[in-house]
Write a protein that binds this ligand. Structure first.
Ligand code: FAD
Length: 586
């Protein structure tokens, strides 16, 4: 069973010592006027380009201020994007049909990092990358406690979308809950020079609106974050069966400061991460170089994608399951990318907080033979990413429903998610941010195959659509602002009790809606657009008629198996078949 993986592993070792390819800029200009903005996967949810007539690259806070003033004076729509643009929904796109818009890139606004060691704080420019910030504070003997697991993000971008790692301890896993100051550049009256800087602190009324604000209130120029004295972490994984996971996750989250769980439903396996801080004088120079974020030989990424495509088109579930088993076996062998030094030699792996909290080594290799596995230039991995956030106790019912669905449709139907990273379960604390989580929460992420074009249905798509609808509608989960297909945002505003307060602040700071676009409205206001043929295939709508699926290719709009109110696009060999029966492997 593992033979194919060992082959891939061997190729990986051989080729990964050659050369690699840095991620491309999300802004691509063709020299004939204007540019296109992409996310890091190279394709937006609606697969339509985001054309921007003008892009500016300020280097200082003063230049940022001038850019906002210019846009305000000239009545331009304005959005901000970071160096790599890792947000999946089209939030950063300023495009309008009239072309009156400006994009600010913070890629050159990335130098200011001022450490205040006496007060355990750091003030950082909005465009600074997470890795640069972490390395700087660690060099000063300090640590940032919370960070998303992926380091290729900017501070302004990650704060804006509520990005998080995992922790129910202290101030918790969301980075915005560690902020004690934030500077926001907002539009102003002509007499004030068309733009002004607000220096916000926790005592200010606007602070809780500004923390998680998707760039809708203004440009974040500086962020002040709390730090702690430097520390290390000691991490082990326990790959075990998923029995009772629904009764274990709460205790696990409480017991370990940086706990998480990866659940592989098709394999009935859960990997519990035991992760606590230890003092700096404990020996260990480990790193967490998460496997999924390591540079992959382009050849490997292409061949995994090609196999997945052939299997999906051929309805070959057993092939997907072999791939999932191989990947899971390899992850166990290499401890998901934990390394005691150069390689993994045994648990626990102990290392500095800065080396354990986040990773992304595929960002730094140079050359052309390897890259991040999803690099849009290589025809490598291409997938959807669903991330749902539950009030902690409610997550139990979701797990039970997913288990029920798995057992009714067949566990093999869940192999598609286990080819990626299963269900990653993380913990975040209650937040004061208006668009943050109002209570202790559990976040679940899962990735799954996306077809090359919008009109190609996916064999197991009904399963993922039902899981999505279970999460967002039956169990009332909130979507992570930076991930998800558009359907996850339907009626999102009704899930936040302080949404109206946020809108009030938005009206106050940006009365002309300069920082809003039809794309950001679609996400933040959860508006459902007109339902077109095939819109259910890519999560642009929930199907209500067969034409929203792909009846010509045998996919019809059907009720869910466990959640009857769900409506999903399901494969039925003939339109006459009552096709609610579990799928079979061909
Ligand atoms: C591989 C991968 C792994 C990820 N892992 C995690 C994870 O572990 N945890 C998690 O929570 N998330 C995760 N994410 C999501 C990621 O953290 C968010 O998408 C984050 O917002 C990306 O930051 P960015 O700097 O790329 O921002 P962008 O994508 O460039 O922008 C995000 C939003 O913020 C706005 N914005 C950006 N900069 C500013 C600014 N200076 N002022 C005002 N508005 C601004 C933009 O307009 C946009 O609306 C992951 C994403 C990827 C692709």
């Amino acid at each position: 069973m593992y033979r194919s993986w060992w082959l891939l592993g061997a190729i990986h070792l051989l080729v990964s010592v050659v050369t690699a390819m840095l991620p491309q800029s999300p802004i691509q200009c063709d020299g004939t006027g204007g540019c296109n903005l992409f996310n890091s996967y190279g394709v937006w949810n609606d697969r339509k380009n985001c054309h921007v007539p003008n892009v500016t690259y300020p280097r200082t806070e003063n230049e940022l201020l001038r850019a906002v003033a210019y846009a305000n004076q000239n009545k331009l729509k304005l959005r901000v994007v970071s160096q790599f643009s890792h947000t999946i929904p089209k939030l950063a796109c300023p495009a309008t049909s009239t072309g009156n818009s400006l994009l600010i890139s913070t890629s050159s606004y990335d130098s200011g990092i001022e450490i205040d060691a006496a007060n355990l704080a750091v003030t950082v420019d909005g465009g600074v990358g997470l890795r640069k910030l972490i390395d700087t504070v660690e060099a000063a003997g300090l640590s940032l406690v919370a960070a998303p697991y992926w380091e290729g993000v900017s501070i302004g971008g990650l704060i804006s979308t509520g990005s998080h790692g995992s922790s129910w301890w202290g101030k918790g896993g969301s980075v915005h809950d560690h902020i004690v100051g934030l500077s926001l550049i907002v539009p102003a009256k002509q007499s004030e020079g068309y733009a002004k800087i607000l220096r916000l602190e926790p005592k200010d009324q606007l602070f809780n609106a500004a923390k998680v604000s998707m760039g809708l209130l203004g440009v974040i120029s500086k962020v002040k974050l709390l730090l702690e004295k430097g520390f290390k972490r000691s991490v082990s994984y326990d790959f075990t069966d998923d029995d009772q996971i629904e009764n274990k996750y709460m205790d696990h989250g409480k017991k370990y400061e940086f706990a998480d769980i990866t659940w592989y439903p098709s394999k009935h396996t859960a990997a519990y991460r035991y992760d606590n801080r230890v003092p700096l004088n404990i020996s260990g120079d480990g790193v967490y170089d998460f496997l999924g974020f390591q540079a992959n030989p382009i050849l490997v990424s292409k061949s995994v994608r090609a196999s997945e495509k052939v299997m999906d088109n051929g309805h070959n579930l057993s092939g997907k399951c072999i791939l999932a088993s191989s990947f899971l076996g390899y992850k166990k062998l290499v401890a998901n990318g934990l390394k005691n030094g150069l390689i993994f030699t045994g648990y626990p792996v102990i290392g500095n907080q800065g080396k354990m909290q986040t990773s992304g080594s595929c960002l730094y290799s140079t050359g052309k033979d390897s890259s991040c596995a999803w690099d849009p230039r290589i025809n490598g991995l291409f997938f959807y990413e669903t991330t749902a956030i539950f009030p902690a106790p409610k997550f139990r019912d979701f797990i039970l429903d997913v288990k029920k669905l798995r057992d009714l449709v067949k566990p093999e139907n869940f192999c598609g998610v286990d080819i990626y990273n299963g269900f990653l379960i993380r913990f975040i604390k209650a937040s004061e941010a208006y668009l943050g989580q109002p209570e202790e929460s559990v976040v679940v992420d899962f990735n799954y195959y996306r077809a090359d074009d919008a009109s190609t249905p996916r064999f197991d798509q009904d399963v993922w659509e039902e899981v999505e609808q279970l999460a967002f509608f039956k169990h009332g989960a909130k979507p992570h602002w930076a991930k998800n297909r558009n359907m996850a945002f339907l009626n999102v505003q009704s899930k936040y009790s302080k949404f109206t307060k946020f809108v009030g602040v938005k009206r106050q700071l940006d009365p002309q809606n300069m920082f809003s676009s039809e794309w950001s409205d679609e996400i933040v206001f959860g508006k459902e657009g007109a339902k077109s043929d095939g819109c259910g295939l890519e999560g642009m709508c929930i199907c209500s008629e067969d034409r929203h699926c792909s009846p010509g290719k045998g996919y019809f709009c059907k009720p869910g198996v466990v959640y009857e109110e769900a409506r999903v696009c399901r494969y039925s060999p003939s339109s006459n078949v009552e096709s609610d029966s579990p799928k079979t492997d061909l």
